[in-house]
Design a binder for this molecule. Sequence first.
Ligand code: TXA
Ligand code: MG
Length: 353
Amino acid sequence: MMNTKVWKCNTEQHNEQPLQEAANILVDGGTVAFPTETVYGLGADATNEAAVKHIFAAKGRPSDNPLIVHVATMEQVQQLVMDIPPLAMELMHTFWPGPLTIILPVKKGVLAPTVTAGLDTVGVRIPQHPLALSLLSLSGIPIAAPSANLSGKPSPTKAEHVWHDLNHKVNGIVDGGETGVGLESTVVQVMCDQIHILRPGGITLEQLQNVCHSVIPTYNEKEGVSDTPRSPGMKYTHYAPQGQLTVVQVQGQSNPTAAHHWIEQQVQAANEQGRKTGVLTYDEDRWESQAHIMLSLGSKYELEQAAHTLYSALRMMDESNVEFIWAQDCDMEGIGTAIKNRLHKAADVVMTL
Ligand code: TXA
Ligand code: MG
């Protein structure tokens, strides 16, 4: 057990002193969670094998799942990777700092071997959050950082989520309040002048298409379809609340209220069995439900807000010990693609009406 120090860092204030303290811990081989514009990350010196192993231990993360390396400058990127194809360079100029992770061939021996899980590539990004950027600059080292949750759980969008999962397991938490996007970065790889999306996220397919006409999604909502997932992490259970989650999708012509009726029947049946029930919906779809908890992700026409709220809502279901959750699915457009991906990855059951 270790003491987990928390530094409150309101982005408006001067945070030099606490951030320097956090940076020193990272340089000395410790683990520090910090906010990025997507979700909180759990950082350690990416060149220090022992430090990186602490991340895997704290999260209970499978050792074959590589970590994203975060840096503050392009010079640092050049030091880590073999070469940067022109299209990858264009993506960096367009979307960095920001929620885009780019997979590139890694230079031999510059990173702790566990970071890349034995692959000859590394995922890198320059994040946009001012606290993350300051921490990276002050430490001067590349920081390996997966999302700062216990493996399998929803990613943390607040310092309280990190505290809940990793208190006593990490050296410190930089508390910068709520993160912005609320979902992880988009992971891409450039191949033959095409962009392959390995994980949808904060930068949308449509945004990528503005840079390159050939953008190819290569992820699956449920594994089993493709033999080996290209992104090793995509094969594990992710983002899952404790309760059994059913995602309810409505086929083209069906009336959306069909979903409400079906969910309500399930809720009432579960209630009669004395089970605790929860529903995740949108503002426009709210109905008089018998569920113990109904949470809205906001308007279905403002999916940025839904993305921002999703993980927090799933964690609220856990806090209330909800045993059965029904969530309405969302459209594949813009950030909706990433919301849908996370919901389906988290789901125990997908119901199509
Ligand atoms: O927004 C984010 O990306 C957050 C913040 C903290 O930056 N980080 C994050 O890390 O989501 P993590 O470890 O939870 O997810 C990283 C994903 C995993 O699916 C992993 O398998 C994939 O990126 N990945 C990492 N390195 C890879 C590589 N060399 N090749 C393919 N996939 C890789
Ligand atoms: Mg994660």
